[in-house]
Design a protein around this ligand. Structure first.
Ligand code: ATP
Ligand code: MG
Length: 299
């Protein structure tokens, strides 16, 4: 449904949990913007890629309507609105292109602390409060359970206390909100995180090239997000032990051969490189250890 355009438009959350990490990710992809006075639109300067700053609820619809080409949004929001579209017979209008590694949370069923959880069959005939009625209804159907879904737009966790529902289905990250309301999580319906969402169909104008470049850069940032480059010197006979201490690292690369002296080595580590690990490596024979952060890669 989207008209031909020569600029890409990405919807991100204006303020909230995903706002700052979404901008940081796009900046790391080489994008920069000039902000408009109303702070709702950011004009792309380094590349023809603009931002629209909106409520996260609006992002799937903006992509569906072709107003925006991409969006950064929680998988929970995307799946909920996709479920709602399917329920009223509309075709899929967006898809998840990349998982972005921030905004992690789970959509969970939570019951009063005093209950014993015996499994989904226990939900038969009960009232469940949620802001995710489509995901919940699909899950209940898959479980073969008939329960009533009470849709609330916020403060779902107080519904059992108010008597408007028996239990809830809500997003959980630390679990502190549930505990504060004497609820306990018992089932996970969805493992969520922020995702890059895009249209179902490929672009057929100059946005195609821009989109491909953006995705490639994003992959280059995401791939090394938790990686460090480790450089050190070591004698040949210690290499096997050093590599045993680094199970999360790539095979070592030898940088230079210098006679009988120590080898100069480097490796990419895909896990945490703690002080303790460095000290163990040093005891095992590594010298001149250096840890470098990695910004991006083009592999
Ligand atoms: P908006 O004003 O944009 O509608 P919001 O209040 O709906 O904001 P936030 O609370 O900022 O949204 O949450 C945005 C997303 O962050 C959620 O949809 C979810 O994907 C993710 N998230 C991560 N942890 C949590 C959590 N503990 N509770 C709620 N959302 C979380
Ligand atoms: Mg919202």
């Amino acid at each position: 449904a989207s008209a031909t355009r020569d600029r890409l438009r990405i919807a991100i959350q204006k303020s909230g949990r995903l706002a700052e990490p979404a901008r940081a990710l796009l900046s790391a992809c080489g994008l920069s913007w000039r902000e408009s006075r109303d702070k709702l639109f950011c004009y792309g300067e380094s590349l023809p890629v603009d931002l629209l700053l909106v409520r996260d609820d609006d992002i799937p619809g903006l992509i569906a309507d072709g107003v925006c080409d991409f969006g950064v949004v929680g998988r929970n929001e995307l799946d909920e609105q996709a479920g709602e579209r399917a329920r009223i017979g509309l075709p899929p209008a967006y898809r998840e292109l990349r998982a972005l590694g921030f905004g992690a949370c789970r959509l969970m069923l939570a019951i009063p602390e005093s209950w014993d959880w015996q499994g989904p069959a226990q939900l038969q005939g009960l009232r469940i409060a949620t802001s995710y009625p489509a995901i919940l209804a699909n899950w209940l159907q898959a479980q073969g359970v008939d329960a009533s879904v009470v849709e609330l737009s916020g403060s779902v966790e107080i519904a059992p206390k108010l008597g408007t529902a028996d239990l809830i289905c809500d997003l959980v990250s630390s679990g502190a909100t549930l505990a504060a309301n004497q609820l306990k999580p018992v089932e996970t319906l969805l493992q969520s995180e922020a995702v890059l969402a895009g249209p179902v169909r490929e672009f057929d104008d100059s946005r195609a090239g821009l989109a491909a470049m953006l995705l490639r850069r994003m992959d280059g940032v995401l791939k090394v997000k938790d990686s460090k480059l480790l450089m050190f010197r070591a004698h040949r006979d210690t290499v096997a032990e050093l590599s045993r201490l680094l199970p999360d690292a790539d095979p070592f690369t030898q940088l230079a051969a210098n006679g009988d002296g120590p080898l100069s080595l480097q490796t990419m580590c895909h896990g945490a490189v703690t002080w303790q690990l460095l000290e163990e490596l040093e005891r095992a024979g590594a010298q001149g250890l250096m840890v470098l952060s990695v910004e991006r890669s083009l592999a």
